[in-house]
Write a protein that binds this ligand. Structure first.
Ligand code: GDP
Ligand code: MN
Length: 386
């Protein structure tokens, strides 16, 4: 689960990580008071969306007058922000964080994540923080300091001091860095975090270390034991269809292509998407209907796929192992009876009761194409959806 920057910073403050003074607003009329309470001079208006790269997408605006702040708020609130990390639709901006502008001396990067290869919580730090950290990691990986914490041990003051020194932090700044890193580690381990990041972590001319940005992702599998975190969920930032799908235990991710896919098993779903691409098409979604699926769930899946505007055709690819193909066929027919058949549909069934399933589809009043061979099925649905 993702949370907003303002929520991450509020958690930071509880753990003694320093952040700039800020006010959260959700209407332009609150902007004037927010600025006044933060003091004169420079303000930064920051769109609260569940995506990074906001600076590059125009979602972080530096303002030198209250009028400029109000203009920025008017432009941002109610619009969608598109960043290098969102799709082309972007994410809705319902809230803005107004911060007192900071004098930035240095922009550092500090993050923690679970490194599956080393099986350790790994600290990443860099002197090259700011908006291009992905570029730094890709082009000059030696500028990223990595430190894996022994899962059976603890993160020590010495570990922190050594990273601070590599970042060129001395004296008071090194002390503040220790506090910050130990706190991040504490949040990470006590809240079942999968990624926590401060980018940039800045130093100011007044020798302050401040978290100018905050990003936290939580491990969904552990959310049940963190009521306080579940409360931070903002469904406006999530894909409505994906949420609807998860209520039916469907693993669904919408994509930009034109061919809707309904497949059982994540691996088979990936292979089906690859095959569509290979034959010149593009998948409109990833959808795993799961192993022990029911006719109702298939009907729901079909409904979801058909409701996406970009879908021009549907490919169903089911390998009946535990699931029976005749049940899948019934589900497809149920869905079509409910929502109608407006798109070309190609069904490939293989495995348990495949014959019965295909017979049900062939005998139905609807025009449903069937194929025994997956490659042929992919080629034909690409043609039918063109
Ligand atoms: P992101 O693009 O989504 O990661 O959003 P950030 O919160 O990191 O903001 C993007 C960039 O805006 C930062 O890297 C800073 O360079 C700049 N920025 C953010 N807040 C301030 C501020 O208070 N003062 C100044 N001068 N720059 C800021
Ligand atoms: Mn950032």
């Amino acid at each position: 689960m993702h949370i907003h920057e303002y929520q991450a910073k509020s958690l930071f403050r509880k753990f003694n990580i320093q952040t700039p003074e800020a006010v959260l607003i959700d209407s332009v009329s609150q902007a004037g008071d927010a600025c006044a309470s933060l003091g004169d001079g420079v303000w930064v208006v920051k769109a609260q969306v569940h995506a990074g790269g906001r600076g590059k997408g125009g979602g972080v605006i530096l303002c030198r007058s209250i009028e400029a702040v109000e203009n920025a708020c008017t432009a941002l609130l109610g619009s969608n922000l598109v960043t290098p990390q969102t799709d082309t639709k972007g994410l809705p901006i319902n809230q803005l964080l107004i911060e007192g502008g900071q004098n930035i001396e240095r922009e550092l990067y500090l993050g923690l994540l679970v490194d599956r290869q080393t099986q350790k919580i790994t600290i990443l730090a860099s002197t090259e923080g700011g908006m291009d950290i992905e570029k730094v990691a890709a082009e000059t990986p030696d500028k990223i300091i990595k430190f894996g914490v022994d899962p059976l041990g603890v993160l020590t003051e010495n570990n922190c001091a050594s990273i601070a020194s590599k970042l060129g932090l001395k004296g008071n700044l090194a002390t503040q860095f220790n506090t910050t890193l130990l706190a991040l580690y504490e949040i990470f381990t006590t809240k079942d975090v999968s990624l926590i990041e401060i980018n940039p972590l800045i130093t100011t001319p007044e020798n302050q270390l401040l978290a100018l940005d905050g990003k936290i992702d939580f491990d969904d599998n552990a959310l049940y034991r963190h009521e306080d975190i579940i409360e931070l969920r903002d469904v406006s930032q999530e894909d409505e269809k994906e949420n609807e799908a998860s209520e039916y235990q469907l693993n669904y991710i919408s994509l930009d292509g034109t061919i809707g896919c309904m497949v059982n098993g994540a691996g088979l779903a990936m292979a089906t998407m690859d095959l569509i691409e290979h034959h010149g098409g593009s998948p409109a979604n990833f959808l795993d209907v799961g192993g022990g699926t029911t006719a109702e769930r298939v009907a729901k899946a079909f409904e979801l796929i058909q409701s996406e505007d970009n879908v021009k055709g549907v490919l169903v690819n089911i390998f009946g192992g535990i699931v029976r193909c005749d049940l899948i066929a019934e589900g497809i027919l149920q869905a079509i009876e409910k929502v109608g058949l407006t798109l070309p549909i190609m069904v490939r069934l293989e495995g348990t009761n495949a014959k019965q399933g295909l017979a049900l589809l062939d005998q139905s009043e609807f025009d449903i194409a069937t194929e025994a061979d997956l490659t042929q099925a992919a080629i034909k649905i690409v043609e039918l959806s063109a």
